[in-house]
Design a binder for this molecule. Structure first.
Ligand SMILES: Cc1cc2nc3c(=O)[nH]c(=O)nc-3n(C[C@H](O)[C@H](O)[C@H](O)COP(=O)(O)OP(=O)(O)OC[C@H]3O[C@@H](n4cnc5c(N)ncnc54)[C@H](O)[C@@H]3O)c2cc1C
Length: 471
């Protein structure tokens, strides 16, 4: 029957659309219900792709601003950024990629059902778009993702007190921007708008920027941000914000107990994202939730037979589940393969790479020195600074380093933390090394081409053994 499927996926983000493609490849008749007018979810429409497009503009502006260093003459003209063109180029990239997902749906014969899904129980999914229609499937994957989370006492009006959903569409460079929260989203927008010319202030409740990273990485980022003129208040709290037509008055309590008032064009609230289950009837069909997240096991099965869940909307129980595009996709592949009857292995969340594309960018995987110590490992570390690396000097980007965290007795690699040029690419080698349970010695014996940024991985491995060559 037309409305009968093997699998219905609710949500076409990086979790849902990847799960659907994998399921279709394995022969399952698959439909995806998506309430937005385009496919791709947060990552394509408001997240990974558009932010990185803006960051690429920021990088281009940086190169032009340093034209003199490259022997390029611009005459007297100062480099400025045209936000209309920035937004147009970003929108073109986004449109191209969402159309690409549409093409993949057609190629894999996946039905895209437009509308908002509501779980009806017993394999039923009601879809509302104008008229209601009911679909049925043997299996359902919930992949409804996440949305910006507010904070008590701060009224997000989406005009002057905004989230990343609004910041990504700003058509004018703000004169001033205060960012609440220094996770990936906060520091990426900080880098974008600081480079574009805004006066940027970051206020972070915890004692350091990018608090999930290794402490040495946080310190390096703060040093670099201050050098770039970004004001950072750590251990500080936004206690109130009042918006008017032209801007926002922000009250903060600084780490030393001092009260601070800041007037800015915008306050960007970047304090995390919460699960999207509103209107889904999750509780109605008996889905077990934990703090609003859909609870799943290591194979992404919920407590309701025939209903799985993946991506930003889930908790795998216990510690925080990483809200990352590549994690949602990896989970989508596993869920689809399990539903298609394949043998699947659980993800090792300790081996998930995390990339933050601020300037300088950060790529990290595995345990930080602090986490490894807390887990009782006899830890030794090796650090190699980019200031000693030929390729970094050539690029004129010598801020940053590679830090390797290892275990002493068996020489086991536990984590790799990179800040600086190409960190988000360098982390791929480290991720594979962790997956293959490499020792530090194996990283030392791996020949790294010269001159590359990747040489710093080999050198940092040497440094763990006290044998760095160029230091
Ligand atoms: C500014 C920003 C930058 C980011 N940058 C990165 C990055 O560089 N790298 C990275 O790995 N991650 C990044 N992320 C995180 C990444 O975007 C998410 O982890 C990822 O999109 C999660 O995918 P998902 O499929 O679980 O959910 P989503 O992408 O949120 O997709 C969920 C989809 O479900 C749809 N939906 C929800 N409810 C219903 C319903 N009832 N019926 C029908 N459809 C529904 C939504 O419309 C949406 O399209 C970023 C996020 C933000 C906000």
């Amino acid at each position: 029957m037309a409305n009968e499927y093997d699998l219905i996926v609710v949500g076409a983000g990086t979790g849902g659309y990847v799960a659907a493609i994998r399921a279709a490849q394995l022969g399952l008749r698959t439909a995806v219900v998506e309430k937005q007018k385009a496919l791709g979810g947060t990552c394509l429409l408001w997240g990974c792709i558009p932010t990185k497009a803006l960051l690429e503009h920021a990088h281009a502006l940086k190169v032009v601003q340093h034209a003199k260093d490259w022997g390029i003459s611009l005459g007297q003209a100062a480099a400025t950024i045209d936000m209309t063109q920035v937004q147009t180029r970003k929108d073109r990239i986004v449109a191209g990629l969402t159309k690409g997902v549409e093409f993949l749906f057609k190629k894999n014969k996946i039905d895209w059902i437009k509308g908002t899904a509501r779980l009806a129980g017993n394999g039923g999914v009601d879809v509302f778009e104008g008229e209601k229609q009911t679909l049925r499937a043997r299996q359902i994957i919930v992949a409804t993702g996440s949305e910006p989370r507010g904070v008590p006492g701060i009224d997000i009006d989406r005009k002057r007190i905004i989230t990343s959903d609004e910041a990504i569409h700003l058509r004018k460079v703000p004169a001033s921007l205060v960012i609440m929260g220094s996770g990936a989203v906060g520091v990426e927008f900080g880098s974008i708008f600081s480079r574009f010319g805004s006066d940027v202030t970051v206020i972070e409740l915890l004692p350091r920027l990018v608090p999930v990273e290794d402490e040495a990485v946080s310190a390096e980022l703060e040093k670099s941000f201050r050098k770039q003129g970004i004001t950072c208040y750590t251990g500080a709290k936004v206690t109130g914000a009042r918006a008017d037509a032209d801007g926002v008055d922000i009250d903060a309590l600084l780490a030393d107990g001092q009260a601070k008032q800041i007037r800015a064009d915008y306050l960007l609230v970047a304090t995390g994202r919460g699960p999207v289950t509103a209107g889904l009837n999750a509780e109605g069909i008996g889905l077990e939730l934990e703090k609003g997240y859909v609870k799943v096991d290591a194979q992404y099965q919920t407590n309701v037979p025939g209903v799985s869940a993946i991506g930003d909307v889930i908790t795998v129980g216990g510690a925080g589940h990483p809200q990352l595009a590549h994690v949602s996709s990896a989970e989508g592949v596993i869920a689809a393969e399990r539903i298609a009857g394949q043998d699947v292995r659980p993800i090792n969340y300790d081996h998930v790479p995390g990339c933050t594309y601020c300037d300088p960018e950060i790529g990290s995987v595995g345990l930080t020195e602090q986490e490894a110590t807390a887990r009782g490992y006899d830890v030794r570390v090796g650090v190699f600074p980019f200031s000693a690396l030929g390729r970094a000097k050539i690029a004129g980007e010598t801020d940053g380093f590679v830090k390797i965290v290892a275990e002493k007795k068996c020489d086991e690699l536990l984590g790799v933390h990179v800040i600086g040029l190409r960190s988000t690419e360098l982390v791929a080698e480290a991720t594979l090394a962790l997956r293959l349970e490499s020792t530090v010695e194996e990283l030392i014996r791996t020949i790294h081409a010269h001159p590359t940024m990747a040489e710093a991985i080999g050198e940092a491995a040497h440094a763990v053994h006290g044998s760095a060559i160029h230091m």
